[in-house]
Design a protein around this ligand. Structure first.
Ligand code: 6PG
Length: 246
């Protein structure tokens, strides 16, 4: 199945963040113009934080109609929101506490709950927002770990094969922790999938995910990137270092 990839490569993280912020602003505006609302699913980790910080600045925050945005997360750690490890907590502190988005438009995964309960709770949240059809995010941001995981779709975990639920808990042996994540199927439903990937340590795994054998158990990002969905990559030069992009 052929994928349509858009590669946008930038000199460094700050430049990539400006490009990703521009894309965020422009895409949300276009979707709002069409639908009068826009659902955005965010990734966690460190890479998107520069974009969050930029979106909160005076130069950018007035370019978004926050009253029309609805915010979700692709995954969460089993920690309370006040933890520095909380994906939604960090996004609240860096961005959403700084902009006029209605708090009822923000749908965080509740990392304070038992992971099974948190997954069930988030599934109900998605059902309530999207109705009884599968969630279709207008825009879904993802990162990629140096082991080829994305969201909390980690290698050799059962969630990779989940096709009944939209959200599941996933025990990550190497981290000795349980996370909560959207399943591959739900991520792939998104209208726009955007990977933000930076750093030298991602270069080899990105090349393997894109051009290596299809082995999603080992490289779960392939479940998204080699699914036939259109995927846009925002890369810094280090992360793109092993690719032969013309
Ligand atoms: C998380 C993320 C995860 C992240 C990658 C890349 O909860 O950590 O959702 O999938 O996107 O691990 O993380 P960095 O951006 O920190 O490299």
């Amino acid at each position: 199945m052929e994928n349509l990839y858009q590669f946008q490569t930038y000199q460094d993280g700050p430049e990539m963040a400006i490009a990703a912020t521009t894309y965020f602003v422009e895409t949300c505006a276009a979707v709002i113009a069409e639908k009068n609302k826009c659902s955005v699913c965010l990734s966690g980790g460190s890479t998107p934080k520069r974009m969050f910080k930029l979106l909160a600045t005076d130069a950018w925050k007035d370019k978004v109609d926050w009253s029309k945005l609805f915010i979700f997360w692709g995954d969460e750690r089993s920690v309370p929101q006040n933890s520095p490890d909380s994906n939604s907590g960090e996004a609240m502190r860096l961005l959403f506490d700084q902009v006029p988005i209605p708090k009822e438009h923000i749908f965080a995964i509740n990392g304070s709950l038992d992971p099974i309960a948190a997954a069930e709770d988030y599934e109900t949240t998605l059902e309530t927002f999207f109705g009884d059809h599968e969630p279709v995010f207008d825009l879904c941001f993802l990162g990629m770990g140096d082991d080829g995981h994305t969201a909390s779709l980690f290698p050799y975990t059962e969630i990779l094969y989940e096709d009944e639920y939209w959200v599941k808990e996933v025990f990550v042996e190497k981290l000795d922790t349980t996370r909560i994540s959207l399943t591959p199927e739900i991520i792939n439903q998104a209208a726009r999938i955007v990977f933000l990937i930076g750093g030298k340590n991602k270069a080899d795994v990105l090349k393997e995910v894109l051009t290596g054998d299809f082995n999603p158990e080992k490289l779960p990002s392939q479940l998204i990137i080699r699914s036939g969905a259109d995927v846009t990559f925002f890369l810094d030069a280090e992360a793109a270092g092993a690719l032969e992009l013309n």
